[in-house]
Design a protein around this ligand. Sequence first.
Ligand code: XMP
Length: 509
Amino acid sequence: MQNKIIILDFGSQYTQLIARRVRELNVYCEIHPFNHAPELDNSVKGVILSGSPSSVRDENALVPNLTNIIGQLPVLGICYGAQYLAQSNGGLVEASNSREYGRANLEYINSENPLFAEVEAGSQVWMSHGDTIMELPAGFEIIASTRDVKVAGYFVPVRNIYGIQFHPEVYHTIQGLQILNNFVVDICGCIQDWSPASFIEGTVEELKQKLGNDKVVLGLSGGVDSSVAAVLLHKAIGANLSCIFVDNGLLRKNEYHNVLESYKHMGLNVVGVDAKDQFLNELAGVSDPETKRKIIGRVFIEVFDAEAHKIKDVKWLAQGTIYPDVIESVSVNGPSVTIKSHHNVGGLPEKMNLKVVEPLKLLFKDEVRRVGKELNISPTILGRHPFPGPGLAIRILGDITAAKVSLLQEVDYIFIEGLKSNNLYDQVWQAGAILLPVQSVGVMGDERTYESVVALRAVQSTDGMTADWVHLPYEFLSRISNEIINKVRGVNRVVYDISSKPPATIEWE
Ligand code: XMP
């Protein structure tokens, strides 16, 4: 059985990062809300308690139930986790006079302690806390201090508990990965066997067991997640997997044709559905962004449902859900607003009365890419920028017409191809063009023109939650602007969006 680490989440912004780091050590781990620790079986080798935006001194402080954990498994408390363990055992936690944020150095380290094996005295760590442990309970030993924080690390020998006030999961803690390695591998004894290859092997086996001879349908979008999910399922159940790729008329130029072709080359059984007219008819005259999203979500479900029903005896709907979506929906803070409004086809399984299978729901985005690479999926698919479900509909501000779609497709094509041919595409997280609902005056030859304005947007991000505009070279922007104005009839002005998220968003609608 694969061994794993359980991370109990107290709502820290860094919780996912702890999981990422543990997985970088090739050890599987799961995040659970602090008040819903899972059943512990032999596969669980240790528990990490995360940090938290709240304080252990608050009246409604977050209190986990650790009865089955303490004394049974090694525990590492980070920040709030460390303060909670100290306070709940009789220690004293107080608001510190000097709230400590940012870099600090471990001036004292007990180098005999296994948590600090190979960690150098003076090593830089990252602090982010308003509370400090002032007194430790009996039986707790200090194993690290900084100049301002006496209890930067502690150890409880009889119960195998470790606490650290700083964050080993952030990059600014220079030897953070070493500390996590010491805990996960040496103290908990985890075997480092979590890799794309082992994931594929295990998942294909599980899918075979779970699905048997059942038929499965999956909606492909051209994106990374659904493509990797499809190839994985195909490996497990072969021809029993049917994929549907819907052309909603709002895709990029040539996208439908190209993507369909590349899926067929991968041996997938894919049906393409041309539903352009249906989408555009339903969207005619609609300008409100949320209404556009709802219409597109509803029509997609109708089209997909009708097509899926042509497959006889289908029992399962496969989805490319990934781990951050799963954690968002269970985490202490509840699902985030962004995820909700972007979940365009949430009602699909209920409407179709199918069971859901989500083969990627344990993976982070970059792990999905690594698995995809291991499955020999082409780099063009794996490296694709994210593209919103409602497509160009939310990049055409105001109402949508076929003419506007094709104008924007041309502009977007020039921009994206330009990024690719100038080796800029892979340095950008997401890019696209937006058609503004304004006309501006221009001059061409001797003629005065009154035509459309388009905005170009290119952002850097890791998860889409925050983003910054990319400082594309002026030379490049200048060439692209000329090319767009010269080649795309109806456009006489190009602007570049230099807003970050927040306060702006990536899309304009
Ligand atoms: P925003 O505009 O909220 O976008 O900064 C964050 C990320 O989400 C994508 N996005 C969507 N994806 N359906 C989707 O599937 C939507 O309705 C939607 N709206 C935004 C956006 O492209 C970016 O990657």
